[in-house]
Design a binder for this molecule. Structure first.
Ligand SMILES: [Zn+2]
Ligand SMILES: [Zn+2]
Length: 113
């Protein structure tokens, strides 16, 4: 059964035929953005790319990026894009992150609980 739903991104009504919560137009735009980001990172001559640069270049917020990341959209570039750990300030690939802290800080936190 298809439902009519409001697109989470632009608010337009659309026919929801899957569990996707954005309309076809936004979905297409998102796909294009994802392939642009992946292409940009993969073809960059730099060894690593800071996440902040990527966000600035593609006009994304950290939350938007996080959502896509958690949806598994950046697996291919996970080792090349880096972020600064919020706890220890170390630069680590996003593939090793948990909530923007590095794996070793995440482990420490877990041990403290
Ligand atoms: Zn939309
Ligand atoms: Zn850390």
């Amino acid at each position: 059964m298809a439902n009519v739903a409001n697109c989470k991104k632009c608010g337009a009504l659309f026919l929801q035929t899957s569990r996707r919560d954005i309309c076809d137009k936004c979905f297409e735009e998102q796909n294009k953005l994802l392939s642009d980001i992946n292409k940009f990172v993969i073809s960059s001559p730099e060894e690593t790319i800071p996440l902040d640069d990527l966000l600035k270049k593609f006009n994304l917020t950290k939350d938007e990026f996080e959502e896509l990341y958690l949806a598994g959209k950046f697996v291919k570039i996970g080792q090349k894009v880096t972020f600064v750990c919020q706890k220890c300030g170390k630069v680590v690939p996003i593939a090793n992150k948990t909530n923007f802290i590095c794996a070793s800080c995440a482990k420490k936190l877990q041990n403290e609980i």
